[in-house]
Each structure stands twice: as structure tokens, then as C-alpha cells.
Design a protein around this ligand. Structure first.
Ligand SMILES: C[S@@+](CC[C@H](N)C(=O)[O-])C[C@H]1O[C@@H](n2cnc3c(N)ncnc32)[C@H](O)[C@@H]1O
Length: 263
């Protein structure tokens, strides 16, 4: 019997799209999302806060002189997308988007057309195979690996149950000095019950889900200069206005983020 895995199995990209109020999700995704919301009622706030971190960290990188971006785990397009933020500051910024979901691929093709003067490319790839991603980037001369690159992995690594240390080592080895790494990922440090229950909803559906501790996230930045304020919940990373968020907000968001620079 033919089974359309796109509509019969949930996918992390479409569940996230649902949390952000998007329309690119199916019944099976909404069912999983409802269970996740039961476990973690504030996950929509977490998704929006994560997305805003992507906006601010991309702006920071562009203002720091980065002109090339490699965004792994791009997600279903949600405006503003990373290239729109980078190109607003430097129109010639080049962006390579990477994701492993077919639906993101379908949307990304549409997104690429009509882009600004800087080249925007999409490749289907898996973060657990960084060599293939780097080879594709190099083979097609999408980015110049001898020049600084902003490597963005936002709301991606909690869907990776491989060794992130190894993945980081491979990427960071290949990147030129002056490159940056920006990460945001889920932690159970602030509200273990809600996060572990939500993690289970993914796992029973055979979707990898892995929460990380403060020390694990800090370890991914070994050898990099951590940009102030270091590893913090995303609403505390260089907020646009003075942050008056109470400590209880950290539990609602339950993520750590950070930006580091390769010396
Ligand atoms: C929650 S979305 C994050 C989207 C965007 N980065 C953001 O922060 O708004 C996670 C994305 O990572 C993708 N993804 C999950 N596992 C992946 C993997 N092993 N390799 C590449 N992409 C993956 C999913 O398809 C999804 O589009």
C-alpha cells in the first residue's frame, strides 16, 4: 500500500510552522502539536522568542561584517527570513539555506526566486553529515570558505541525537577565522517536567528529540570567543529593549542560545 509519508507522519518543520501560526502543516502535525502544547503550554512563546533571536543574531553578524551565511535547519519560510535581515544591512550578502525536509525544499525553491542582489541558494542536506554540506557549498562555489561565514543552527540541534561536538568540530574546522556560530536549542534546565514530556511526544513518533544542559551548549563553543552575554535564554541575548523578563520567563522559553567567533 502506498503511504504518503509527508501527510501520514508529523515533521518537526511543520509542527514548528503550526506553533508560529503558519499554514504549512497537516492534521498529523497539528495532532502532535496539541499533545506538545498540553505538556508545554508556552511553547508558542518559545518558538517566537527563538525566531526573534535568529533576527537579532543575524543582524549582529551582518553588522559585525559577515557577508556569507550558512543556515542549517532553515525551516519553512517565515518572514522575515534570514536573508532578508542580512541583506537589509548588506544587500550583497550571500546565503545558503540547508534543511532535510521535502516541504521546506518545495517552499525554498519559490523563496529563492525574486531575491535581492546577493546570491541565495538552497541545498537539501542533513546536519549529521556536515562533510556533504560543506562539499556541496564548495563544489557549487555558493560561499567562499576562505572568508568568514556566519553558521546559523537555530532551533535545530534539539532534533539531533548524534554527537553535536563532532558536528561542530567538522564545521568549525572548515570555516575561516572571523567566522561566527549562532545556536539556539532546547534545555530542560529550567522546567524539566514540561520539556521532558514534550520530548516524549516527538520520540514516540520516531522524531529525534534531545534536550541539552548549559554545560553541553557551552562546550559546543570550545575554541570560539563567546560573544557577550554568553550562553543565555534567547530573550536575554542582546534584547532590543532593557529586559524586564522575570526568571519565570526562562521556564516558558526553556532554550539556551549563544553566538561565538572563531579567532
Ligand atoms: C524548528 S525548525 C527551525 C527553523 C528556523 N531555523 C528557526 O529557528 O526559525 C527546525 C528545522 O530543522 C530541520 N531539521 C531537523 N533535523 C534536521 C537535520 N538532521 N538536518 C537538517 N535539518 C534538520 C527541520 O526540517 C526544520 O525545518
Amino acid at each position: 500500500m502506498y503511504v504518503d509519508t509527508q501527510t501520514s507522519l508529523p515533521h518537526t518543520s511543520r509542527i514548528y510552522d503550526y506553533f508560529l501560526g503558519g499554514k504549512d502543516n497537516y492534521e498529523v502535525d497539528r495532532k502532535a502539536a496539541a499533545e506538545i502544547l498540553e505538556a508545554w503550554p508556552d511553547i508558542r512563546t518559545a518558538a517566537r522568542t527563538n525566531r526573534k533571536f535568529m533576527h537579532r543574531s543575524t543582524k549582529f553578524l551582518a553588522e559585525s561584517g559577515v557577508r556569507q551565511f550558512l543556515d542549517v535547519g532553515t525551516g519553512i519560510p517565515t518572514e522575515p527570513n534570514l536573508h532578508q535581515i542580512a541583506q537589509q544591512i548588506t544587500p550583497e550578502s550571500r546565503v545558503v539555506y540547508v534543511d532535510n525536509d521535502q516541504l521546506v525544499l518545495a517552499h525554498a525553491r519559490a523563496l529563492m526566486t525574486g531575491a535581492g542582489p546577493g546570491a541565495i541558494t538552497y541545498i537539501e542536506g542533513d546536519v549529521t553529515d556536515p562533510i556533504s554540506i560543506l562539499q556541496a557549498v564548495e563544489r557549487n562555489r555558493m560561499l567562499d570558505l576562505s572568508q568568514p561565514i556566519g553558521l546559523s543552527m537555530v532551533a535545530l540541534l534539539h532534533f539531533v541525537d548524534h554527537s553535536v561536538d563532532d558536528i561542530m568540530a567538522t564545521f568549525l574546522d572548515a570555516l575561516a577565522p572571523g567566522s561566527y556560530l549562532a545556536v539556539c536549542t532546547i534545555t530542560a534546565d529550567f522546567a524539566p517536567d514540561q520539556v521532558i514530556r514534550a520530548q516524549e511526544v516527538y520520540r514516540v513518533r520516531k522524531l529525534p528529540a534531545q534536550v541539552r544542559t548549559f554545560d553541553e551548549v557551552t562546550g559546543w563553543f570550545a575554541g570560539l570567543d563567546l560573544v557577550e552575554p554568553g550562553v543565555v535564554p534567547p530573550h536575554r541575548w542582546r534584547p532590543e529593549a532593557i529586559s524586564t523578563m522575570p526568571a519565570s520567563y526562562d521556564a516558558k522559553v526553556s532554550c539556551y542560545c549563544a553566538v561565538g567567533r572563531k579567532p
